[in-house]
Design a protein around this ligand. Sequence first.
Ligand SMILES: Nc1ncnc2c1ncn2[C@@H]1O[C@H](COP(=O)(O)OP(=O)(O)OP(=O)(O)O)[C@@H](O)[C@H]1O
Ligand SMILES: [Mg+2]
Length: 480
Amino acid sequence: MDDVTKRDATFPMTDIVALVRTKPGLSGKLLILTIAFVMLAEVLIFIPSVANFRRTWLTNKISAAATGALVFDAAPSGMVPPELGKELLRQVGALTIWAKRADSRMLVASVDNPPQVDVTTDLRDTNPIFQIAEALGTLAAPRGRILRVTALGMGVEINMTLEEDLLRAAMWGFARNILLLSLLISLITAGLVYLSLIHMIVRPIKRLSENMASFERDPENDARVIATSERDDEIGFAERSLARLETKLAEELRRSKKLASLGLMIAKISHDLRNVLSGAQLFSERIAELKNPSVKRLAPRLVDSLRRAIDLCEGTLAYGADQKAALKPSCFRIAPMLAECWDLAQSVNRMPSSLVNEVPAELEIRADRDQISRVFLNLMRNSLQAIAPPPGQEAKSEAQITVSAKCEADTTVIWVQDNGPGVSQAARQKLFEPFSLSSTRRGSGLGLAIAADILRAHDGEISLVDSVYGARFKISLPNH
Ligand SMILES: Nc1ncnc2c1ncn2[C@@H]1O[C@H](COP(=O)(O)OP(=O)(O)OP(=O)(O)O)[C@@H](O)[C@H]1O
Ligand SMILES: [Mg+2]
């Protein structure tokens, strides 16, 4: 037997097992719920219907008995043959019939030796709850009970006894019919509701989820964006929202892929350029040592330009590397680290400057020391660059950078304040985004983006806060 035939032979069994094992999907659940709810509605109708049937059945008997009672009453006394009474009982299905008018009570007909009454019912009581309770009582009653019914028939109060089994058999017959009918109605209604739900809800939702799965497999492909329908309901709204989301996502993905390859290319160029520039810097420094006055005048500018070009390359490389660098946290004091950063920041400094280190000497944080140093180095360099006078001009005043810090409940907050011109409105727009506008026209616009990334990696944050003068940055780091 080949593979296909083998699979076909076992198909029905495995299919049934799979059907039993798998949980019903949305459509299966809807079908089960619809049948259950329609059945519930039918049961709610069914019980009062059975009670009503019982009442009608007994009322018909009472009416027949009342008609007989009136005929017998109208006949001259002693003229009614006893067989007629028996015939009336047989027709009605009763054991005894009594009629009561005013004060007199008349036996209309009776079987010989009428049995004792086990249970009574009064049809004059029209309370529906009472009738439902009595109907359920009759259905569940033991066999062989004798029931006495009291009711008004043709203006006469009739008392009639009968075997309750007759009534119960009729009620069960009715119940069976109505049950079958209910079942049929339930199935038809449930089927119709199910089909409309499938058509209106399940299929569109399935289409949405299938589209999501297909889009997930190839999110850059515009062809995978869901085609919207003309529906103006919630499903139509969901389709349109999903289409917008997928279009945006596909665009974003294509853009970031482009940016990523561009970034890689820039990193490669920066790397090689830095090596070339480092060589050129070495030569330019040697040239600067020559005694020639023109060379002496021009060489420092060449050295400075080369140094900035190298800085730019290194900044670009560092930003690319940051994305993946794992943190190496340790506990360290902030104040000495700031002093080190200040020394390094002096490389861009061309004016008198001072650091006011107001950070408590004992204040410690747990973080990656090298990474956090880069944050402060960037901030200090930014301040010095912002305060520095244009080339060829003398500094009017001393640059001052004040760093203060406070340890709060679960955060350490550090403020870096300078006495410069403050951050311009243009620079504020995208201050922490990479390659943002650089007012110095010398930087790459990466320093603050790198700082924000480093702090984000530490679950901390950096922000520019209001200050009366200069620029003031606030750094928060969680206390681990
Ligand atoms: N202390 C400051 N005072 C005034 N302006 C500032 C200050 N710090 C930052 N800025 C402004 O924010 C811009 C962005 O700073 P960021 O450090 O991100 O880039 P950059 O300094 O231009 O370049 P890079 O740091 O990559 O060399 C700066 O160009 C500057 O305009
Ligand atoms: Mg900077």
